[in-house]
Design a protein around this ligand. Structure first.
Ligand SMILES: [Zn+2]
Length: 487
């Protein structure tokens, strides 16, 4: 298969063929669902077509919660840890068993790749078109349809984005901007200000123009300022607020600074604010660093980021299910890393319990490791890295683990899988021996992914969909206009 052919896309052609056999695929998707989570049977049977309006009640608000790069095994890991250590289910699995909840398996290939990136995936949701990896709501033909938040705005809704990455990063950006290269975060920042997003909270201080304040936007820069703004009288607030709490991404939750808000605090502020504006709202909330921990094969990091996102899902569900006009979507854009618990029996349970000893992410480990003197031999480096890993994860990797690290640091290929020879992947494999969790790769993975839907309009979702089909489905439920292109 040729990828990246500019005249057409073999990846998309395969997708079209799949969609034309929808009846067959739907049965297949249900089978997979039953295997993965023990849920299934009856989903999607006899539901209305995608995009058909609900006759009995309209959807006023949409809350679209995204665990970026949530492999099925990441959801599974958070569920195991919640049950074994915290003594409760995750919100994701608890809500999946609620009456009226619907579950969908979503295909995610992009225009030019079987494995999507977050930019093409966000664009697929936002404009309903398969885009090239790296493009933010710019179609392969160069056209720039209105992103879904802008359509919501044109339809009279208030709109917002909340994330732990930079607010100009791919997943939030695809929902409000049209920029052909996701790396141009300053261009994204300009569009964020120009395009009248009511609330935007995340990292990325350096990408949002200083002029934003003069354009009727209130800027907040710390957790304390966000709290003061949230506690202030609604009438006295600037109508629009952009909060950027770090120059880059917001710190991983294991290392978060006191002046950085949690995803839960940001999500609560956004839901409360948007609820006071306009005639309904569309809010995207992203746990963006689930993906980053996945790239690092960092089990402690991915678990804590996923659990934070799961708390936000509980908060969003509390809002959505207390009303009859709010659609709640919990989704992921693709898998990352593909971690999974892999030890049987009592030993496996004991290994999952050890995760409660995690105190730092691999990001912290790599920062400390990078500060070591450059004169150390590979053996000495391996020894220092082992100490940092013990401090961060609680796992003693032993002399065998130190030897593998030393070989890797000497430039040797230590894993037959070429991609799993990233230093953090080798660290993840070794530490994973202690936690009973292993990884597929340091990259995104191409499997169909989870989506959970609750609240108003949820009965119209199908059991199997392509990510591009969400645009028309949501726009139909919210009765959004087609959207005028902006530039
Ligand atoms: Zn990623």
């Amino acid at each position: 298969m040729q990828l990246g052919d500019p005249s057409d896309s073999d990846v998309v052609k395969a997708g079209r063929a799949g969609l034309s056999r929808r009846g067959v695929l739907k049965v297949g998707a249900l089978g997979v669902g039953s295997l993965l989570l023990g849920v299934g049977g009856g989903l999607g049977a006899g539901v209305p077509a995608v995009g058909r309006r609900v006759a009995t009640r309209g959807v006023r608000n949409v809350i679209f919660v995204i665990a970026d790069g949530m492999s099925a095994g990441t959801l599974g890991l958070s569920e195991h840890y919640s049950r074994v250590v915290l003594g409760k289910q995750t919100n994701w699995l608890r809500l999946a068993s609620e009456a009226g909840a619907r579950r969908c398996v979503v295909t995610t290939h992009s225009y030019d790749s079987v494995v999507t990136d977050s930019a093409a995936a966000s664009s697929a949701w936002s404009i309903g078109v398969k885009c090239r990896n790296g493009s933010l709501s710019v179609a392969p033909d160069g056209s720039t349809p209105a992103p879904i938040l802008m359509r919501a705005k044109q339809g009279g809704r208030a709109v917002g984005c909340v994330t732990t990455t930079t607010i100009t990063h791919a997943t939030p950006a695809g929902f409000y901007c049209n920029v052909s290269d996701r790396a141009d975060q300053k261009d994204v920042g300009v569009q964020l200000v120009e395009r009248d997003v009511d609330i935007a909270l995340g990292g990325g201080r350096v990408y949002v123009p200083d002029a934003a304040e003069g354009a009727g936007v209130q800027r907040v820069q710390t957790r304390q300022e966000l709290k003061a703004w949230a506690d202030s009288e609604h009438a006295g607030r600037a109508k629009r607020v952009i909060g950027t709490f770090n120059d880059g991404h917001i710190s991983m939750s294991l290392e978060r600074r006191d002046d950085e808000p949690s995803l839960v605090e940001m999500a609560r502020a956004a839901i409360e604010h948007l609820g006071t504006l306009a005639d309904g709202f569309f809010l995207q909330i992203e746990g963006g660093r689930v993906d980053h921990a996945g790239h690092s094969n960092d089990v402690c990091g991915i678990l804590t980021e996923q659990l934070e996102l799961d708390t936000v899902l509980g908060l969003a569900a509390e809002y959505a299910l207390s009303r009859d006009d709010t659609l709640l979507i919990a989704a992921t854009d693709h898998g990352t890393g593909g971690p999974s618990a892999t030890f049987y029996g009592r030993h496996g349970v004991e290994c999952i319990k050890k995760l409660s000893g995690a105190s730092k992410s691999f990001e912290w480990v790599m920062q400390k490791f990078g500060a070591l003197p450059g004169t150390l031999t590979p053996e000495q480096q391996g020894g220092e890295l082992a100490k940092l890993l013990k401090q961060a994860t609680g796992i003693d990797i032993g002399s065998d683990g130190r030897k593998v690290l030393a070989r890797k640091l000497a430039g040797e290929q230590v894993d037959p899988s070429i991609r799993r020879n990233e230093l953090t992947s080798v660290m993840g494999s070794i530490v994973g021996n202690g936690f009973g969790v292993q990884w597929v790769s340091p990259d995104h993975t191409g499997e169909p992914v989870e989506m959970l839907v609750l609240g108003a309009g949820s009965e119209t979702v199908r059991a199997g969909m392509d990510n591009t089909e969400l645009t028309a489905w949501i726009a139909g439920l919210m009765d959004l206009p087609p959207g005028k292109p902006l530039q």
